[in-house]
Write a protein that binds this ligand. Structure first.
Ligand code: KG4
Ligand code: ZN
Length: 371
């Protein structure tokens, strides 16, 4: 006999207010593994637009916006799923990392809901959760997949995992879905953050990653000597870590030079379109190059790895996907495009993963922290 669990998940760690309702089907007993199939009953992601005028996320504005939206979006999700709150089995919420005010709105709302409904509350690590869609699903298109049962497609372990987004850049070795060894992380800026900052320097709107990718597309061949930024790190002993601060400064200096060395704050918006797209393409190559360089170091060291898994906002970058597929000797699984950036469906999917090594009499009990 199969058993079903339905949970409502909430994600408010940055500038997306997201609520999802996901049902999972497990073999009985549930501790035997990951769900056999999942049904996303509601998938709501509202990206905040109030930050656009500031060119970046303003934490206080983000928290206030979450506060305005979280209750109506939860009602909308329940309506879409055609469920009463009482029929949920649990509530899942992002505990962190993220903006503290934004997280407080989500976690306090989820705690209130859990208390009022007398349902378990599952606290989820946001960086871990980014990987869940890639570990379970090969694709997910909200336009056609919401409401449908989707068979899960587990990857082969051990695996190497890259989580690359605006706030984090993590390289891990996975013995199983939840048994993770962190090999390296960024020493300063995350990769997506560098995309955003370079985009801003070039006069592009926030969030800059997708805009910069589009600008770089205009420059398919680069002059070999102009604007070549390094894709490796100066510290050769650092094989699995990341650093984007130096690359960002190099781009800044290049733009300053292109503008004739003005003092103070600068904007590359007035550079020629050709020059801007050349800088964007050279930056993108170096940023992606660093990710691939670190991944290949890990592939050499962890030769038993059978799969490579990529997730996070930057995993949406098409050039990164193409380069990785061209150079990766293993099967590579990217998070579905619709689940790369922050969303509550990944929080729900992560909550369904088994916690290797710990007995789990109930698929949710291992994460229960509130009762
Ligand atoms: O995972 P995410 O939504 O938020 C964090 O957890 O940080 O990632 C957002 C980041 C932003 O920095 C955004 O510019 C970047 O992902 N991003 C991209 C692309 N799409 C989103 N970076 C490069 N190329 C893209 N196509
Ligand atoms: Zn994220």
């Amino acid at each position: 006999m199969n058993i079903h669990r339905t949970l409502l998940a909430i994600e408010t760690s940055c500038d997306e207010t997201s609520v999802s309702i996901v049902r999972a089907e497990f073999l009985d007993p549930p501790e035997s593994g990951i769900p056999r199939r999942v049904q996303v009953l509601a998938h709501i992601v509202e990206s905040q637009t109030s930050h656009l005028a500031f060119g970046g996320v303003v934490p206080e504005v983000a928290a206030r916006d979450h506060l305005l939206k979280i209750t109506p979006l939860t009602h909308t999700a329940l309506r879409q799923a055609n469920l009463s709150a009482q029929s949920l089995d649990a509530i899942a919420v992002t505990l962190g990392p993220g903006l503290i005010g934004a997280l407080m709105v989500g976690t306090l709302f989820a705690q209130g809901l859990s208390f009022a409904l007398n349902k378990p509350l599952i606290g989820v690590n946001h960086v871990d959760a980014h990987l869940a869609p890639a570990l379970l699903l090969s694709q997910f298109n909200p336009d056609v997949d919401v409401g449908r049962w989707i068979d899960t497609q587990p990857i082969e372990y051990p695996a190497l995992a890259l989580t690359v987004s605006g706030g984090h850049c993590h390289l891990s070795y996975l013995k199983s879905a939840t048994d993770r060894l962190l090999l390296g992380h960024t020493a300063d800026d995350a990769c997506g953050e560098a995309f955003d900052k370079v985009a801003k320097l070039l006069g592009l709107p926030y969030p800059g990653g997708p805009h910069l990718e589009k600008l770089a597309l205009k420059k398919s061949t680069l002059h070999p000597l102009r604007h070549k930024f390094p894709a490796t790190l100066a510290d050769k002993n650092n094989r699995f870590g990341f650093s984007y601060s130096g690359l960002k400064t190099q781009v800044l200096e290049t733009i300053r030079k292109g503008l004739g060395y003005p003092q103070g704050r600068i904007s590359g918006a007035s550079l020629s379109e050709d020059e801007k797209s050349e800088i964007a393409a050279a930056f993108q190559d170096a940023a992606i190059g660093q990710l691939l360089d670190r991944l290949h170091n890990a592939l050499n060291e962890y030769s038993d790895a059978r799969t490579v898994v990529i997730a996070g906002g930057v995993a949406a970058n098409q050039k990164f996907r193409k380069k990785l597929l061209e150079t990766c000797p293993l099967n590579a699984r990217f998070a579905p495009l619709s689940l790369c950036s922050d969303n509550a469906t990944m929080i729900a999917l992560h909550s369904f993963l088994p916690n290797a090594g710990l007995p789990s009499p109930h698929p949710f009990s291992r994460y229960n922290y509130s009762k």
